[in-house]
Design a protein around this ligand. Structure first.
Ligand code: ATP
Ligand code: MG
Length: 565
């Protein structure tokens, strides 16, 4: 490709609206262009890189026996109502009406349509297992599109779905796909960590995310310094320190004038926060729920939402709290009966806690569970923190940030049961199909690759996903010898199957070299009057500082060798 003809211009200034490195560099390099919040055009260089990622993903999916198909983005809303996922996705779901006023969805993912398709095409166990996938556009009305390609409202996803006869077979498919994912990230030049994850709106039991470790990542990860435990903070468990053992004492009311927060309470009584019980009120799809947890620990709202199986969870308003007959700031788990009570097991890691008295300006000392109050649900709803114990081995948990570049789910029979996707087993008995769902955000993967591979001058593409492999950069193109040598080399490299970006412009060397660094092709080849004097070219890998001089004779082989390192 000749740069003089290339559509898309590099920018001198870093665009001020860009929030992270990949966003800045993609805009500056003229590879993407924003059309609306979370909607981007890919210009030719950006699109080539995206296609490279796509092809790597496609190859790995095909290699494990995946069959590529294509399903529509436009889907009837009724299908989503059958699985109640219209509610699970809530406002993130784009819904529109057609000319007959029928409601349609712009699909954020394709479990419903795939299950429906398989229902009609699978009869017996002989038709299974199946791995179906597509690489296709998804729509999600994200509350906060951000970070360029990181979080957009229209994006390309590779989504695969597995169909098996039973749980064991589902686990085999899952394992195969996890293996393929590891190869994909490696081939894209991205080390990705696999972490335990929450299943979110996709549903199902178990899921794992693939994370690229990066400062700019939105996701928070805890991992063990001792074993291979790693989990998204949304999902992470931890071993909390237990308070000192003590005998249970009898209840005692104390005056706590104007004290509302746990922090003030602990200070006022000169006790650690871990000696208090914290009451938090939530509204779960409109129902006020009482949550009690040890004072030093935060509620993990993702865990709580899963426990309550609700679609919308938020902190209750003061009015709602009062309406439920509770006193905010001094609410007590004691004596409550007509409200659902959820407790975290941390309330048993100690004795004689201070809790609210459900009276203004009053608390109660020496509260002990279950002696003094009952709960409806006792389960882990605690936020894990760095420094706490690993739930697997007790080792110390450490914190890092990551970019979620893939997510795999064991769905079990959630969708097949709701949509009636069954098969006949060898005994002729109809059974629900066991499913899995597996997604990779292609554009986000591309952005993550840039976050990981750049310097202050620009992108440093891994060879596997670079828009072009070689950036041919003749200097002093007004010298006819240089111009014709560059033309010859350009043709020769292409004939030999290399992908070449040829800067045939009459720009100054400074401009050309800056652009080469910004665009980031893996190898830069300079031809100049000086190099031609010795019938040679200057070759530099974008990832290295030092350039080398190689003879023009045999240069194609040398370049191929350099690119394959
Ligand atoms: P997130 O937690 O980042 O919102 P998610 O868990 O909702 O993502 P999944 O439903 O698991 O996303 O989608 C599969 C993959 O699609 C993700 O791992 C990610 O790589 C990509 N992806 C999801 N949402 C977006 C988005 N808004 N923009 C770009 N890529 C996305
Ligand atoms: Mg996810």
């Amino acid at each position: 490709m000749r740069v003089s003809k290339l559509f898309g211009k590099t920018l001198r200034q870093t665009p001020s609206e860009a929030e992270n490195i990949s966003h800045q560099l993609l805009l500056k390099a003229g590879m993407i262009h924003q059309v609306a919040a979370g909607a981007y055009s890919y210009l030719p260089l950006g699109w080539r890189a995206l296609k490279k990622v796509e092809n790597i993903v496609r190859q790995e999916m095909d290699d494990i026996g995946g069959q590529e198909l294509h399903m529509p983005v436009l889907q009837p809303l009724e299908l989503w109502q059958q699985t109640e996922r219209d509610q699970a996705f809530g406002k993130s779901l784009f819904i529109l009406s057609d000319r007959r006023d029928r409601k349609l969805v712009l699909a954020p993912t394709h479990e419903e349509v795939t299950t429906e398709l398989v229902r009609r095409n699978v009869q017996s166990y002989r038709d299974l297992p199946l791995l179906l996938y597509q690489i296709q556009t998804k729509f999600r009305d994200e509350p906060r599109p951000r970070g360029g390609l990181m979080r957009v409202r229209e994006f390309t996803m590779k989504d695969m779905y597995s169909f098996d006869t039973d749980e064991d077979a589902m686990n085999v498919s899952y394992g195969k796909i996890v293996g393929a994912y590891e190869r994909i990230y490696q081939r894209c030049g991205l080390p990705a960590l696999i972490v335990d994850a929450d299943s979110g709106a996709i549903g199902g039991k178990e899921s794992h995310e693939f994370m690229v470790i990066a400062e700019s990542g939105e996701d928070q990860i805890l991992y063990c310094s001792n074993c291979d435990y790693a989990a998204n903070l949304e999902k992470a468990d931890s071993i909390k320190a237990e308070n000192e053992k003590e005998e249970m004492l009898s209840l005692e009311e104390i005056a706590t004038p104007g004290i509302i927060t746990i922090k003030d309470l602990a200070k006022f009584l000169n006790i650690p926060e871990s000696k208090t019980l914290k009451a938090v009120f939530y509204s779960a799809d409109g129902e006020v729920v009482f949550v009690v947890i040890r004072g030093d620990i935060e509620v993990n709202e993702v865990k709580l939402k899963n426990v309550l199986k609700c679609h919308e969870l938020r902190l209750a308003t003061e009015e709602e709290v009062r309406g439920a007959g509770l006193v905010a700031g001094s609410a007590s788990p004691m004596g409550l009966t007509d409200i659902r009570r959820v407790a975290d097991p941390s309330i048993t890691l100690g004795a004689n806690f201070v809790a609210g008295a459900n009276k203004p300006d009053t608390h109660v000392k020496n509260v002990n569970y279950p002696r003094d109050f009952a709960v409806d649900i006792m389960t882990d709803i605690a936020t894990a923190n760095a420094g706490e114990g690993c739930p697997r081995c007790g080792g110390k948990l450490l914190f890092t940030r990551g970019i979620e570049v893939g997510h795999v789910f064991k769905l079990g029979t959630f969708f097949s049961e709701r949509l009636g996707a069954t098969f006949l087993d060898p005994g002729g008995v109809g059974r629900s199909i066991f499913m899995g769902s597996y997604g990779i955000g292609i554009g986000r993967l591309l952005a993550a690759a840039i976050e990981q591979n750049h310097d202050e001058k620009g992108i440093i593409w891994p060879v596997s996903i670079a828009p072009y492999q070689v950036h041919l950069c003749p200097i002093s193109t007004d010298d006819s010898e240089v111009a014709s040598a560059a033309d010859r080399l350009y043709l020769q490299l292409q004939e030999e199957g290399l992908e070449v970006l040829f800067d045939d412009r009459t720009e100054s060397p400074g401009v050309k070299l800056n652009d080469a660094d910004l665009l980031g092709m893996p190898v830069r080849v300079i031809l100049s009057p000086r190099t031609l004097k010795s019938q040679s070219a200057e070759v530099k890998r974008r990832s290295e500082k030092e350039a080398m001089i190689i003879p023009l004779e045999g240069s194609v082989e040398r370049l191929k060798a350099i690119l394959s390192r």
